[in-house]
Design a protein around this ligand. Structure first.
Ligand SMILES: O=C(O)c1cc(=O)[nH]c(=O)n1[C@@H]1O[C@H](COP(=O)(O)O)[C@@H](O)[C@H]1O
Length: 230
């Protein structure tokens, strides 16, 4: 992970798999085509947290996608505990109390990313959850709050990346899930873009799960996505 211009570092592969053996097998198949891996609920609750340290020791970057959101004390102490895991990125939901608490618990070397509005939400889902704002406005509001509080980066859809960049400036990371190569199934994602369009929109990293984990040749899919991120 020495050359920041290497487009492989822009791809984060979501290890949404049932267990550590499956995750390790996928990482082996992908080989040097990817350098950053995300461990979320599914793998994390199936022994994946211990994997983070091993991957970091191999020189890979780890994104712990815990999406923390709780009372401040619990978030602060949770982030403090995760700071020793070897992870580079950790997610929290973009609520002001939660974001402030996460920064209090953040250890050296850990970047806290604020999840603005999940990419599986559209305006109707936000309204159903009680929000009066359309998704794009809610993302903008949360991005501004995250920047003011001092978060290291934001998670949003690539559809909002250009406007989020104008709000948060060049110094914060923009990380976008909901990425689908042309023709790939969206599944439960509602705010979707292709890797090339996301790159044009100014993202720092894309997160890709099922298009890679479900592929017959995950290395080839990862390489094709990286080529679009160059
Ligand atoms: O925080 C995330 O990574 C995340 C935020 C978000 O808004 N949407 C979203 O899909 N994600 C994660 O990104 C990954 C996307 O996976 P695929 O839809 O399979 O590519 C999953 O691991 C999600 O948990």
């Amino acid at each position: 992970m020495t050359d920041p211009a290497d487009p492989r570092h822009r791809l984060i592969v979501a290890l949404d798999l049932p267990g550590v053996p499956e995750a390790e097998a996928l990482i082996d198949r992908i080989g040097d085509a990817a350098t950053v891996y995300k461990i979320g609920y599914q793998l994390g609750y199936a022994g994946g947290l211990a994997l983070a340290e091993r991957l970091a020791a191999r020189g890979l970057k780890v994104f712990l996608d815990l999406k923390l959101h709780d009372i401040g004390n619990t978030v602060e102490e949770g982030v403090r505990a995760a700071s020793g895991s070897g992870a580079t990125f950790l997610t929290v939901h973009a609520y002001p109390q939660t974001m402030r608490a996460a920064l209090r618990g953040r250890g050296a070397g850990l970047k806290i990313l604020a999840v603005t509005v999940l990419t599986s939400y559209d305006d109707a889902d936000a309204a159903e959850a009680g929000y009066a704002l359309p998704v794009a406005e809610l993302v903008a509001r949360r991005a501004a709050q995250a920047a003011e509080i001092g978060l290291d980066g934001l998670v949003c859809s690539a559809a909002e990346a250009a406007s989020v960049r104008r709000i948060v400036g060049p110094g914060r990371l923009i990380v976008t899930p909901g990425i689908r190569p042309a023709g790939a199934e969206a599944g439960d994602q509602k705010r979707v873009m292709t890797p090339a369009a996301a790159r044009t929109a100014g993202i720092d990293h894309v997160v890709v799960g099922r298009p890679i984990t479900g592929a017959a040749d995950p290395r080839a899919v990862a390489q094709a996505i990286v080529a679009d991120l160059a």
